[in-house]
Design a protein around this ligand. Structure first.
Ligand SMILES: NC(=O)c1ccc[n+]([C@@H]2O[C@H](COP(=O)([O-])OP(=O)(O)OC[C@H]3O[C@@H](n4cnc5c(N)ncnc54)[C@H](OP(=O)(O)O)[C@@H]3O)[C@@H](O)[C@H]2O)c1
Length: 256
């Protein structure tokens, strides 16, 4: 896809990976609409690329459709959706309250699906566009203490694969970016800082570069770093070995 002159909505563009994607797209000549929850942070990112801002709490049912409408209102169309906004929650599954569970699933799974539902039809009509979903290695490998987060990302994975099949020959691309550990505020926000030595967190700009390249070259999956692909391969081929390794080296559940 040629990006120059296109319009992109980046959800969660106010920080971390999303903010780096905003910079990457703007450098490629894209008119970027920065979505965030925090007004100041969102405005600061938008200002540095001359972009627009759309605010909304995507953990609230119905907010995704409002964000999509507000984004279309900015330039009349959205050619690229980067559904990146998301948050984790760390702790034993039994410690997650019902309302928190609903918010997590709404933000990490339902909001991306509703954004696609609202923004995809005009892309298909124009026979041009791209839906970039941001998953996680957690959705491929499973993580103790992040069962719901991992489940939402696993669902996004199969949604992306299905949608890509459905949209073949329409001119609209679908990609899933699968980051490992990225150096952002994600871990503090999930309630447990990242305290392992390995794997070392990669900079958000590295993920953003790969994601933007994935849009340009219509890649189905973008793993950052690439060697992470080994983990789900071992899980599929030797599940018993995988579970033993996971129990030994995986993240440990921390009581809240
Ligand atoms: N960091 C990692 O290691 C890692 C690994 C794998 C996947 N990911 C995925 O990458 C994506 C971006 O995460 P990040 O690492 O960049 O985290 P981050 O630095 O914490 O940024 C999260 C972004 O999502 C937005 N957001 C959070 N809750 C929201 C809500 N309720 N409504 C609307 N927007 C909300 C935040 O907006 P405000 O700041 O305005 O609230 C912020 O822009 C997420 O989908 C995450 O699951 C991250």
């Amino acid at each position: 896809m040629r990006l120059d002159g296109k319009v992109a909505l980046v959800t969660g563009g106010s920080a971390g990976i999303g903010a780096a994607v905003v910079d990457g797209l703007a450098a490629a000549g894209v008119r970027v609409i920065v979505h965030g929850r925090d007004e100041e942070r969102s405005a600061a990112v938008a200002q540095r690329v001359g972009g627009a801002v759309v605010l909304g709490d995507l953990a609230v049912p119905g907010a995704a459709a409002d964000v999509a409408d507000a984004a279309i209102a900015v330039h009349g169309q959205v050619d690229v959706l980067v559904a990146n906004a998301g948050a984790g929650w760390s702790g034993p599954f039994t410690g997650l309250g019902g309302d928190e569970l609903d918010r997590l699933v709404t933000l990490d799974l339902l909001a991306p699906l509703h954004l696609v539902r609202c923004l995809l039809p005009p892309m298909i009509e124009r026979r041009n566009g791209h839906v970039a979903l941001v998953g996680s290695v957690a959705g491929r490998t499973a993580v103790a203490g992040e069962a719901v987060y991992a489940a939402t990302k696993a669902a996004l994975d199969i949604f992306a694969e299905s949608l890509r099949l459905e949209l073949r020959d329409t001119g609209v691309g679908v990609s899933l970016t699968v980051p490992g550990v990225v150096d952002t505020g994600f871990f503090t926000a999930r309630g447990r800082p990242y305290d392992r030595k390995r794997p070392r967190p990669v900079p958000a700009a590295v993920v953003a570069r790969a994601l933007v390249d994935g849009i340009t070259n219509d890649r189905a999956e973008i793993w950052v770093p690439g060697w992470l692909r080994v983990a789900p391969a071992v899980r599929a081929l030797a599940p018993g070995v995988y579970r033993r390794l996971s129990a030994r080296f995986g993240e440990q559940v921390v009581s809240r």
